[in-house]
Ligand binder design. Structure first.
Ligand code: V47
Ligand code: SF4
Length: 725
């Protein structure tokens, strides 16, 4: 029996998973199935409710006596960037939070060499005296050990005294990875596993609850993660005192372990899901958006997590380590993310009591009609427009993913995880071919020095919104195409911008067909939408006419379908219009066969979340059976987190995490990677980590072999598990 079936059977029968089961799940690449099982278990425990809380982090000081190798936050006394808040400052920060409705203050920080135990007690006392209604969750087991040693007291005495002045519960930090093979390397001076666990045991014995964490995505392997979770499960069996388990995705700035990449989105989701399945005695699994980024954190709600943590405000630990998620999310934004993943938001306090009863009733249970459609789709039956609308509105993400992936394997035959590195110039910014060529030369040089990779395609982007921009004529565009082919003989030339193409033909006094012929004669190989323009104001027949004219001239095209949702609030995406556009392109393909791919993009003027985007990808696969390649292009995936440079060759973008996950939900291509803005290498690493073969391709979807791809494949094949080294 395969691991998914055997785990499903155990879950059905209420049998606890073994370490070997958890390890086999980590080694499996069945992301959708693991997610589905975790979702099932979570919904059984927590129904459709997803919790969040309104809280504030106060990190009192970053001055720390220890030097953990992963920590970008700590400073030595006097070092640049070292800070220590006064108690008044802490009270003021707590006050700001209380004014915004916070029910919790979360206080953790460095081990300050001069602060005494009394000072830590005074912090709690001051906050509690000023705001008695607030729950203070403070001090990790590591800080408590430090306080006990400095005060020459036992941990139990320290806990009791802190409890007396108002400590409500313990946060889950300091756990890192328990196994000594890793702990001794990354934080050898921190309390060992047994002491961390014993501190929480003592706190539980005193009637305090606590959380627990696991820092993953650095040098540990899957067995270390399983060992860590098993120790937590054992203590939970004994005390029942843990509220939530929180996997912490490693943030890679300024560490002493030589790690320069964020965790893989695929690994983040699998880790949440396996935690949900393995930690059967935990009620809550937290999808901690600060470390995961909002994109993956929202998806986590369909992979077994039932808590998004909080509004947070001013968290410094991840921030200083390269966290990209920003430091605060408003209550209404959190609720929208939850609603848009088809769950019911519920504000909680630290102890998971609802602050307000959630508004049940907005969700539609899986209907018999939906079940029947899914069953038919499972047998490869043709889906009618009404069926697809029904699936769009009601099916779970995992059902959509499973159905879509079944069609990928049938159609695509191993061509999964391709990208095309592109040098793009936005033509309206240039007044002559020479200027545009100069820019292209500069992009080529940067790409070779940063990624050891030449762009494969030159994309001339015609779209613009600027009124002062230079408007290129058809003759000028043709001259530039010819010049590009001479200057870059190994590259293919593409033109971007459907609306601009109509304008180009019109101003040359030509029909689209004639303009397409002229472009083909100049050597144009591919036409695609421009990420800089929305096509939703073109009618379906205008878009179809443009593609068919280009196909007739022998130019391949890439279609794009935009999913849009109301710009504010929790409104559903406009599935009917979206599915109709997909269908139009499928009809074009039946007639002319010139579509190389269909790309799914989020309309820039709307609020589309990751979970809705992945649904759109799966639905595109289901509704475009005649188009072989479905793309999830990085530049068109909706993101909330900021893009941040790591100062290394592979600066990374939050959409990379989502793009590779989209390969499990119906996409088989990640489209154009603009080498001036994004790293093809980092994307390919995500693809490899998600269990697919990264591939560079041409515009005609042919594989290109390069040393870079070989290196990525080789390095990952030999890595023990998730790591890329
Ligand atoms: O123990 C330090 C981690 C923890 C990095 O209990 C890093 O509700 C990622 O425990 N990348 C402190 N993680 C934070 C913590 C926590 C956070 C949110 C909620 C709760 C809770 C607890 O942060 C540390 C360490 O494991 N950490 N550096 C880093 N570069
Ligand atoms: Fe200090 Fe905590 Fe950073 Fe370790 S992780 S160096 S204990 S602040």
């Amino acid at each position: 029996m395969d691991i998914i079936s055997s785990v499903a059977k155990k879950i059905d029968q209420g049998i606890r998973l073994t370490d070997e089961d958890a390890l086999a799940l980590f080694q499996s690449s069945e992301l959708v199935e693991i997610g589905r099982l975790a979702d099932q278990v979570n919904r059984k425990k927590n129904k459709d409710v997803v919790f969040y809380n309104v809280n504030r982090h106060i990190n009192p000081t970053n001055i720390c006596a220890l030097s953990c190798k992963f920590c970008a936050y700590s400073r030595k006394p006097g070092e640049e960037g070292a800070y220590a808040y006064s108690i008044d400052e802490m009270v003021a920060k707590a006050g700001e939070a209380v004014n915004q409705g916070a029910t919790e203050v979360h206080m953790v920080g460095g081990l300050h060499p001069r602060w005494k135990f009394e000072h830590y007690k005074d912090m709690i006392k001051a906050v509690k005296e000023a705001f008695p209604q607030v729950h203070v969750k403070a001090f990790t087991a590591v800080e408590l050990d430090w306080l006990a040693r400095r005060a020459r007291k036992t941990i139990e005495e320290v806990l009791r005294e802190l409890q007396e002045v108002g400590l409500g519960s313990l946060p889950g930090g300091g756990a890192e990875i328990f196994h000594p093979e890793i702990r001794d390397v990354i934080c050898d001076t921190k309390v060992p596993a047994e002491q961390w666990l014993n501190t929480h045991r003592l706190a539980h014995g005193l009637g305090m609850h606590s959380n627990c964490t696991m820092l993953y995505g650095h040098i540990e392997n899957y067995a270390h993660r399983v060992d860590h979770m098993r120790r937590l499960r054992e203590l939970q069996d004994e005390t029942g005192g843990f509220n939530a388990f929180i996997p912490l995705a490693f943030q890679p700035f300024q560490n002493e372990m030589g790690i320069d990449r964020y965790t893989f989105g695929y690994d983040d989701l699998k880790t949440l899901a396996i935690a949900r399945l393995f930690l059967d005695n935990f009620r809550h699994i937290k999808s901690y958006w600060i470390m995961l980024g909002q994109e993956i954190a929202q998806l986590g709600l369909q992979f077994g997590a039932n808590d998004l943590d909080g509004t947070v405000i001013e968290e410094k630990i991840s921030r200083m380590a390269g966290g990209r998620s920003g430091m605060a999310m408003s209550r209404s934004f959190i609720e929208q993310l939850i609603n848009k993943s088809k769950r019911i938001p519920c504000e909680r306090d630290t102890l998971y009591r609802p602050v307000r009863e959630p508004e049940y009733g907005s969700l539609v249970p899986t209907s018999d009609a939906l079940r029947q459609i899914i069953n038919r789709a499972d047998y490869d039956a043709e889906l009618k427009p009404d069926d697809l609308l029904h699936l769009a509105a009601e099916a779970s993400l995992h059902d959509l993913g499973r159905l879509a992936c079944a069609r990928v394997t049938a159609d695509v035959d191993g061509f999964e995880g391709s990208v095309v590195p592109v040098a793009t110039v936005s033509l309206p910014e240039f007044t002559s071919s020479d200027e545009a060529l100069e820019k292209l030369v500069a992009i080529f040089e940067t790409s070779v020095s940063k990624f050891a990779l030449e762009p494969r395609v030159i994309a001339l982007d015609l779209a613009t919104s600027a009124s002062t921009a230079h408007i290129w004529s058809l003759t000028e565009v043709n001259e530039l195409i010819t010049a590009c082919r001479e200057r870059f003989p190994r590259q293919e030339v593409a033109l971007w911008g459907t609306k601009a193409l109509w304008r180009l033909a019109h101003s040359a006094g030509m029909k689209l067909e004639q303009a397409a012929q002229a472009l083909a004669k100049a050597g144009l190989l591919l036409f695609a939408s421009s990420p800089a323009e929305s096509e939703t104001d073109l009618t379906s027949s205008e878009v179809a006419a443009a593609h068919e004219a280009l196909h007739a001239a022998g130019i391949g095209t890439e279609a794009r379908v935009e999913i849009s949702a109301p710009a504010f609030g929790s409104g559903e995406p406009q599935w009917a219009a979206f599915l109709k556009r997909v269908e139009v392109f499928n009809e074009v393909q039946k007639r002319s066969k010139g579509l190389r791919s269909i790309a799914v993009s989020a309309s820039p003027d709307s609020f589309v979340t990751t979970s809705e985007y992945l649904r759109a990808v799966a639905l595109t696969r289901l509704n475009a059976p005649d188009i072989r390649n479905v793309s999830a292009p990085l530049a068109q995936i909706p993101t909330i987190s900021q893009q941040k440079g790591l100062g290394t060759a592979s600066y990374q973008h939050p959409a990379e995490k989502v793009a590779a996950v989209a390969l499990h939900y119906g996409a088989n291509d990640l489209g154009a990677i603009d080498v001036a803005r994004l790293s093809p290498v980092a994307v390919m690493q995500q693809v490899r980590a998600a269990g697919f073969r990264p591939m560079l391709r041409s515009t005609a979807m042919e594989q290109i072999s390069t040393d870079v791809v070989e290196q990525i494949n080789r390095s990952l094949r030999h890595a023990p598990n998730h790591t890329v080294s």
